[in-house]
Design a protein around this ligand. Structure first.
Ligand code: SF4
Length: 369
Protein backbone atom coordinates (compact mmCIF):
# COMPACT_ATOMS: atom_id res chain seq x y z
CA UNK A 1 0.00 0.00 0.00
CA UNK A 2 2.93 2.30 0.66
CA UNK A 3 4.02 2.24 -2.97
CA UNK A 4 0.45 2.83 -4.07
CA UNK A 5 0.01 5.82 -1.81
CA UNK A 6 3.39 7.25 -2.85
CA UNK A 7 2.35 6.94 -6.48
CA UNK A 8 -1.05 8.55 -5.91
CA UNK A 9 0.29 11.28 -3.62
CA UNK A 10 2.27 12.58 -6.56
CA UNK A 11 -0.97 13.14 -8.49
CA UNK A 12 -2.34 15.83 -6.17
CA UNK A 13 -2.70 19.60 -5.81
CA UNK A 14 -3.42 21.85 -2.81
CA UNK A 15 -7.08 21.37 -1.90
CA UNK A 16 -9.59 24.20 -2.24
CA UNK A 17 -12.27 22.66 -0.05
CA UNK A 18 -10.31 23.23 3.14
CA UNK A 19 -10.21 25.33 6.27
CA UNK A 20 -6.74 25.99 7.67
CA UNK A 21 -6.67 25.55 11.43
CA UNK A 22 -3.07 26.43 12.31
CA UNK A 23 -0.71 24.10 14.18
CA UNK A 24 -0.16 22.32 10.83
CA UNK A 25 -3.76 21.13 10.84
CA UNK A 26 -6.54 21.54 8.31
CA UNK A 27 -10.22 20.68 8.21
CA UNK A 28 -11.29 19.10 4.94
CA UNK A 29 -14.67 20.37 3.70
CA UNK A 30 -15.11 18.01 0.73
CA UNK A 31 -17.42 15.53 2.46
CA UNK A 32 -19.56 15.17 5.52
CA UNK A 33 -16.79 13.54 7.55
CA UNK A 34 -15.09 16.96 7.84
CA UNK A 35 -11.81 15.31 8.81
CA UNK A 36 -9.37 17.37 10.82
CA UNK A 37 -5.99 16.31 9.44
CA UNK A 38 -2.59 16.93 10.97
CA UNK A 39 0.70 17.11 9.09
CA UNK A 40 1.62 13.69 7.75
CA UNK A 41 -1.87 12.25 8.26
CA UNK A 42 -4.68 11.21 5.92
CA UNK A 43 -8.43 11.67 5.92
CA UNK A 44 -10.93 8.81 6.19
CA UNK A 45 -10.90 8.50 2.39
CA UNK A 46 -7.08 8.10 2.45
CA UNK A 47 -6.61 9.96 -0.83
CA UNK A 48 -6.64 13.45 0.73
CA UNK A 49 -3.73 14.09 3.06
CA UNK A 50 -1.73 16.82 4.80
CA UNK A 51 1.87 17.01 3.60
CA UNK A 52 3.00 19.44 6.30
CA UNK A 53 2.34 22.48 4.15
CA UNK A 54 -1.21 22.04 2.95
CA UNK A 55 -4.07 19.61 2.45
CA UNK A 56 -3.62 17.81 -0.87
CA UNK A 57 -6.42 16.68 -3.19
CA UNK A 58 -6.28 14.17 -6.10
CA UNK A 59 -5.58 15.76 -9.46
CA UNK A 60 -4.82 15.10 -13.09
CA UNK A 61 -5.74 11.46 -13.68
CA UNK A 62 -8.56 9.00 -14.25
CA UNK A 63 -8.68 5.38 -13.16
CA UNK A 64 -11.80 4.58 -15.16
CA UNK A 65 -13.13 6.16 -18.34
CA UNK A 66 -16.12 4.90 -20.23
CA UNK A 67 -18.79 6.11 -22.63
CA UNK A 68 -22.02 5.02 -20.98
CA UNK A 69 -25.66 5.44 -21.91
CA UNK A 70 -27.01 8.19 -19.63
CA UNK A 71 -29.65 5.65 -18.59
CA UNK A 72 -26.91 3.62 -16.86
CA UNK A 73 -26.07 6.41 -14.34
CA UNK A 74 -29.14 6.23 -13.97
CA UNK A 75 -30.57 9.55 -15.09
CA UNK A 76 -34.05 9.34 -16.65
CA UNK A 77 -34.74 13.08 -17.03
CA UNK A 78 -31.52 14.24 -18.66
CA UNK A 79 -31.26 13.95 -22.43
CA UNK A 80 -32.56 10.37 -22.88
CA UNK A 81 -30.46 8.42 -25.36
CA UNK A 82 -27.39 10.61 -24.76
CA UNK A 83 -23.90 9.28 -24.28
CA UNK A 84 -22.32 10.22 -20.94
CA UNK A 85 -18.53 10.16 -20.86
CA UNK A 86 -17.93 8.96 -17.31
CA UNK A 87 -14.67 9.25 -15.44
CA UNK A 88 -13.61 8.03 -12.03
CA UNK A 89 -10.56 8.42 -9.83
CA UNK A 90 -9.60 6.32 -6.80
CA UNK A 91 -10.94 6.32 -3.26
CA UNK A 92 -14.16 6.70 -1.30
CA UNK A 93 -15.38 8.03 2.03
CA UNK A 94 -17.75 5.05 2.50
CA UNK A 95 -17.02 1.32 2.77
CA UNK A 96 -20.21 -0.29 1.46
CA UNK A 97 -20.04 -4.07 1.62
CA UNK A 98 -21.93 -4.43 -1.66
CA UNK A 99 -19.93 -1.86 -3.66
CA UNK A 100 -19.82 -2.77 -7.34
CA UNK A 101 -16.82 -0.50 -7.93
CA UNK A 102 -14.82 -1.57 -4.87
CA UNK A 103 -11.63 -2.11 -6.85
CA UNK A 104 -11.36 1.62 -7.49
CA UNK A 105 -13.42 2.98 -4.59
CA UNK A 106 -11.57 1.11 -1.84
CA UNK A 107 -8.07 1.94 -3.07
CA UNK A 108 -5.77 2.59 -0.08
CA UNK A 109 -8.47 1.21 2.26
CA UNK A 110 -8.48 -2.45 1.21
CA UNK A 111 -5.11 -4.02 0.21
CA UNK A 112 -6.94 -6.27 -2.27
CA UNK A 113 -7.78 -3.20 -4.35
CA UNK A 114 -4.22 -1.94 -4.68
CA UNK A 115 -4.03 -3.32 -8.25
CA UNK A 116 -6.37 -0.48 -9.19
CA UNK A 117 -3.33 1.77 -9.33
CA UNK A 118 -2.49 0.08 -12.65
CA UNK A 119 -5.64 1.65 -14.08
CA UNK A 120 -4.42 5.19 -13.51
CA UNK A 121 -3.90 7.33 -16.61
CA UNK A 122 -2.72 10.90 -16.40
CA UNK A 123 -4.96 13.19 -18.47
CA UNK A 124 -5.83 16.84 -18.96
CA UNK A 125 -9.33 18.34 -19.02
CA UNK A 126 -8.81 19.13 -22.72
CA UNK A 127 -8.08 15.48 -23.47
CA UNK A 128 -11.19 14.34 -21.61
CA UNK A 129 -13.39 16.83 -23.44
CA UNK A 130 -11.87 15.87 -26.79
CA UNK A 131 -12.62 12.23 -25.95
CA UNK A 132 -16.21 13.17 -25.14
CA UNK A 133 -16.55 14.98 -28.46
CA UNK A 134 -14.99 12.12 -30.41
CA UNK A 135 -17.50 9.70 -28.88
CA UNK A 136 -20.47 12.01 -29.43
CA UNK A 137 -21.13 12.50 -25.70
CA UNK A 138 -23.44 15.30 -24.57
CA UNK A 139 -22.78 14.80 -20.88
CA UNK A 140 -19.66 14.29 -18.78
CA UNK A 141 -20.02 12.58 -15.40
CA UNK A 142 -17.80 12.09 -12.38
CA UNK A 143 -18.62 8.65 -10.95
CA UNK A 144 -17.23 5.14 -10.15
CA UNK A 145 -15.41 6.41 -7.05
CA UNK A 146 -17.01 9.01 -4.77
CA UNK A 147 -16.71 12.28 -6.71
CA UNK A 148 -17.04 14.54 -3.68
CA UNK A 149 -13.59 13.57 -2.42
CA UNK A 150 -12.10 14.56 -5.79
CA UNK A 151 -14.27 17.66 -6.31
CA UNK A 152 -11.40 19.99 -7.24
CA UNK A 153 -10.40 17.86 -10.22
CA UNK A 154 -14.03 17.41 -11.31
CA UNK A 155 -14.50 21.19 -11.29
CA UNK A 156 -11.38 21.64 -13.40
CA UNK A 157 -12.74 19.15 -15.96
CA UNK A 158 -16.24 20.63 -15.85
CA UNK A 159 -14.98 24.15 -16.57
CA UNK A 160 -13.60 22.99 -19.92
CA UNK A 161 -16.57 20.71 -20.55
CA UNK A 162 -19.11 23.49 -20.10
CA UNK A 163 -17.15 25.84 -22.36
CA UNK A 164 -17.62 23.16 -25.01
CA UNK A 165 -21.36 22.75 -24.51
CA UNK A 166 -21.37 19.59 -22.39
CA UNK A 167 -23.68 19.06 -19.43
CA UNK A 168 -21.92 18.04 -16.21
CA UNK A 169 -23.10 15.65 -13.54
CA UNK A 170 -22.12 13.91 -10.30
CA UNK A 171 -23.07 10.36 -9.30
CA UNK A 172 -22.54 10.48 -5.56
CA UNK A 173 -23.26 8.90 -2.20
CA UNK A 174 -24.62 12.27 -1.08
CA UNK A 175 -22.30 12.66 1.91
CA UNK A 176 -21.70 16.29 0.95
CA UNK A 177 -21.25 19.51 2.88
CA UNK A 178 -22.93 22.83 2.15
CA UNK A 179 -19.47 24.18 1.29
CA UNK A 180 -18.85 21.43 -1.29
CA UNK A 181 -22.26 21.94 -2.90
CA UNK A 182 -21.72 25.70 -3.13
CA UNK A 183 -18.27 25.08 -4.65
CA UNK A 184 -19.70 22.66 -7.23
CA UNK A 185 -22.88 24.55 -8.10
CA UNK A 186 -21.48 26.93 -10.75
CA UNK A 187 -20.01 23.99 -12.68
CA UNK A 188 -22.64 21.30 -12.28
CA UNK A 189 -26.00 20.64 -13.94
CA UNK A 190 -27.16 17.46 -12.28
CA UNK A 191 -26.56 15.48 -9.10
CA UNK A 192 -27.55 11.86 -8.61
CA UNK A 193 -27.67 10.80 -4.97
CA UNK A 194 -27.64 7.26 -3.63
CA UNK A 195 -30.09 7.12 -0.75
CA UNK A 196 -28.93 3.78 0.59
CA UNK A 197 -31.20 3.51 3.61
CA UNK A 198 -33.45 5.55 5.87
CA UNK A 199 -31.86 4.08 9.02
CA UNK A 200 -28.81 5.64 10.67
CA UNK A 201 -27.79 2.19 11.92
CA UNK A 202 -27.43 1.01 8.33
CA UNK A 203 -25.44 4.11 7.40
CA UNK A 204 -23.11 3.48 10.34
CA UNK A 205 -22.21 0.12 8.76
CA UNK A 206 -21.60 1.81 5.41
CA UNK A 207 -19.37 4.44 7.01
CA UNK A 208 -21.65 7.45 6.67
CA UNK A 209 -24.46 9.42 8.27
CA UNK A 210 -28.07 9.48 7.09
CA UNK A 211 -28.58 13.14 8.07
CA UNK A 212 -25.83 14.28 5.68
CA UNK A 213 -27.39 12.45 2.74
CA UNK A 214 -30.87 13.80 3.43
CA UNK A 215 -29.44 17.31 3.77
CA UNK A 216 -27.59 16.92 0.46
CA UNK A 217 -30.80 16.00 -1.36
CA UNK A 218 -32.58 19.03 0.12
CA UNK A 219 -29.70 21.43 -0.51
CA UNK A 220 -28.90 20.25 -4.04
CA UNK A 221 -32.56 20.63 -4.97
CA UNK A 222 -32.74 24.08 -3.35
CA UNK A 223 -29.62 25.17 -5.26
CA UNK A 224 -31.39 24.38 -8.52
CA UNK A 225 -29.35 21.34 -9.49
CA UNK A 226 -31.29 18.65 -11.31
CA UNK A 227 -31.51 15.88 -8.70
CA UNK A 228 -32.38 12.22 -9.17
CA UNK A 229 -32.22 9.70 -6.33
CA UNK A 230 -31.41 6.00 -6.42
CA UNK A 231 -32.13 3.39 -3.77
CA UNK A 232 -30.54 0.00 -4.31
CA UNK A 233 -33.12 -2.32 -2.76
CA UNK A 234 -31.09 -4.87 -0.80
CA UNK A 235 -32.98 -7.86 0.61
CA UNK A 236 -32.97 -7.87 4.39
CA UNK A 237 -31.13 -4.54 4.56
CA UNK A 238 -33.47 -1.76 3.48
CA UNK A 239 -36.43 -3.44 1.75
CA UNK A 240 -39.11 -3.30 4.44
CA UNK A 241 -42.30 -1.45 3.54
CA UNK A 242 -41.71 0.90 6.47
CA UNK A 243 -38.28 1.94 5.27
CA UNK A 244 -39.35 2.32 1.65
CA UNK A 245 -42.29 4.46 2.75
CA UNK A 246 -39.93 6.62 4.80
CA UNK A 247 -37.71 7.18 1.76
CA UNK A 248 -40.61 7.92 -0.58
CA UNK A 249 -42.30 10.32 1.85
CA UNK A 250 -39.06 12.17 2.45
CA UNK A 251 -38.41 12.64 -1.28
CA UNK A 252 -42.01 13.65 -2.01
CA UNK A 253 -41.67 16.22 0.78
CA UNK A 254 -38.63 17.75 -0.93
CA UNK A 255 -40.32 17.67 -4.34
CA UNK A 256 -42.72 15.18 -5.98
CA UNK A 257 -40.82 15.87 -9.22
CA UNK A 258 -37.59 14.23 -7.99
CA UNK A 259 -37.26 10.97 -9.94
CA UNK A 260 -36.75 8.00 -7.62
CA UNK A 261 -35.00 4.94 -9.03
CA UNK A 262 -35.38 1.71 -7.08
CA UNK A 263 -32.82 -0.73 -8.41
CA UNK A 264 -32.03 -4.41 -7.99
CA UNK A 265 -29.13 -5.65 -5.88
CA UNK A 266 -26.86 -8.49 -6.89
CA UNK A 267 -24.34 -10.14 -4.54
CA UNK A 268 -20.97 -8.40 -4.82
CA UNK A 269 -17.72 -7.67 -2.93
CA UNK A 270 -18.30 -8.53 0.73
CA UNK A 271 -22.06 -8.96 0.62
CA UNK A 272 -22.61 -12.40 -0.87
CA UNK A 273 -24.86 -13.77 1.86
CA UNK A 274 -28.16 -12.89 0.22
CA UNK A 275 -30.02 -13.32 -3.02
CA UNK A 276 -30.75 -10.97 -5.92
CA UNK A 277 -33.62 -8.51 -5.44
CA UNK A 278 -36.72 -10.14 -6.97
CA UNK A 279 -38.83 -8.08 -9.43
CA UNK A 280 -41.79 -8.19 -7.02
CA UNK A 281 -39.77 -6.21 -4.46
CA UNK A 282 -38.86 -3.55 -6.99
CA UNK A 283 -42.46 -3.20 -8.16
CA UNK A 284 -43.59 -3.02 -4.52
CA UNK A 285 -41.04 -0.26 -3.87
CA UNK A 286 -42.09 1.61 -7.01
CA UNK A 287 -45.76 1.39 -6.06
CA UNK A 288 -44.93 2.80 -2.63
CA UNK A 289 -43.16 5.68 -4.36
CA UNK A 290 -46.20 6.44 -6.50
CA UNK A 291 -48.58 6.16 -3.53
CA UNK A 292 -46.39 8.56 -1.56
CA UNK A 293 -46.96 11.14 -4.28
CA UNK A 294 -43.78 10.91 -6.36
CA UNK A 295 -44.54 11.68 -10.01
CA UNK A 296 -41.63 9.75 -11.53
CA UNK A 297 -40.61 6.37 -10.18
CA UNK A 298 -38.35 3.93 -12.02
CA UNK A 299 -37.35 0.34 -11.38
CA UNK A 300 -33.91 -0.61 -12.66
CA UNK A 301 -31.51 -3.50 -13.27
CA UNK A 302 -34.26 -6.01 -14.16
CA UNK A 303 -35.09 -5.14 -17.78
CA UNK A 304 -38.40 -6.42 -19.06
CA UNK A 305 -39.51 -7.62 -15.61
CA UNK A 306 -40.85 -4.47 -13.96
CA UNK A 307 -43.69 -3.50 -16.30
CA UNK A 308 -44.22 0.20 -16.87
CA UNK A 309 -41.54 1.26 -14.38
CA UNK A 310 -38.83 1.52 -17.02
CA UNK A 311 -40.81 4.24 -18.84
CA UNK A 312 -41.46 7.95 -18.27
CA UNK A 313 -45.14 8.83 -18.07
CA UNK A 314 -46.59 12.32 -18.17
CA UNK A 315 -47.67 13.21 -14.65
CA UNK A 316 -50.51 15.26 -16.14
CA UNK A 317 -52.28 12.87 -18.49
CA UNK A 318 -50.42 9.58 -17.98
CA UNK A 319 -49.18 9.21 -21.57
CA UNK A 320 -46.00 7.16 -21.97
CA UNK A 321 -43.49 9.73 -23.24
CA UNK A 322 -40.21 7.82 -23.07
CA UNK A 323 -40.20 4.05 -23.43
CA UNK A 324 -37.07 2.20 -22.38
CA UNK A 325 -35.68 -1.30 -22.08
CA UNK A 326 -32.75 -1.26 -19.68
CA UNK A 327 -30.33 1.35 -21.13
CA UNK A 328 -32.01 1.57 -24.52
CA UNK A 329 -34.51 4.30 -25.42
CA UNK A 330 -37.16 2.80 -27.70
CA UNK A 331 -39.64 5.68 -28.04
CA UNK A 332 -39.39 9.41 -27.34
CA UNK A 333 -42.45 11.67 -27.60
CA UNK A 334 -41.57 14.91 -25.76
CA UNK A 335 -41.50 18.07 -27.88
CA UNK A 336 -38.54 20.44 -28.23
CA UNK A 337 -39.53 22.26 -25.04
CA UNK A 338 -39.78 19.05 -23.02
CA UNK A 339 -43.57 19.16 -23.06
CA UNK A 340 -46.11 16.37 -23.38
CA UNK A 341 -47.72 16.65 -26.86
CA UNK A 342 -51.07 15.47 -25.46
CA UNK A 343 -51.63 17.77 -22.47
CA UNK A 344 -48.75 20.31 -22.92
CA UNK A 345 -47.37 19.76 -19.40
CA UNK A 346 -43.66 20.52 -19.25
CA UNK A 347 -41.88 17.62 -17.65
CA UNK A 348 -39.17 18.49 -15.10
CA UNK A 349 -35.65 17.75 -16.28
CA UNK A 350 -33.21 18.58 -19.07
CA UNK A 351 -34.59 17.55 -22.45
CA UNK A 352 -33.43 17.58 -26.04
CA UNK A 353 -34.24 20.73 -28.02
CA UNK A 354 -34.12 18.55 -31.14
CA UNK A 355 -36.33 15.54 -30.39
CA UNK A 356 -36.12 14.20 -33.94
CA UNK A 357 -32.48 13.41 -33.30
CA UNK A 358 -32.88 11.65 -29.97
CA UNK A 359 -31.00 8.42 -30.49
CA UNK A 360 -33.37 5.45 -30.36
CA UNK A 361 -32.63 1.72 -30.28
CA UNK A 362 -28.90 2.08 -29.76
CA UNK A 363 -26.96 -0.90 -28.50
CA UNK A 364 -27.37 0.43 -24.95
CA UNK A 365 -23.97 -0.82 -23.84
CA UNK A 366 -20.98 0.98 -22.33
CA UNK A 367 -17.91 1.58 -24.51
CA UNK A 368 -14.37 1.88 -23.28
CA UNK A 369 -12.96 5.31 -23.97
S1 SF4 B 1 -13.02 13.96 1.54
FE1 SF4 B 1 -14.13 13.39 3.41
S2 SF4 B 1 -13.07 11.54 4.12
FE2 SF4 B 1 -11.68 12.55 2.67
S3 SF4 B 1 -10.38 13.86 3.91
FE3 SF4 B 1 -12.11 15.12 3.21
S4 SF4 B 1 -13.61 15.00 4.87
FE4 SF4 B 1 -12.16 13.30 5.20
Amino acid sequence: MKDVSAFLDRLTRPAELVETLGDDRARCLACGHRCVISAGKRGVCQVRFHNGKSLRAPWGYVAALQADPIEKKPFAHILPGATALTFGMLGCDFKCGYCQNWLTSQALRNPASSVSVNLVREVTPDELVQTAQRLGAQVIVSSYNEPLITSEWAVEVFKTARQNGLKCAFVSNGNATPEALAYLRPHLDAYKVDLKSMRQENYRHLGGALKHVLATIEQAHALGLWVEVVTLVVPGFNDSNEELWDAARFLAGVSPDIPWHVTAFHPDYQMTDRDFTPPESLVRAAEIGREAGLHYVYAGNLPGRVGEYEDTHCSGCGRALVRRRQYQVREYHLDEKGCCPTCSLRLPGIWSSDPRHVRLNQHGLPRLA
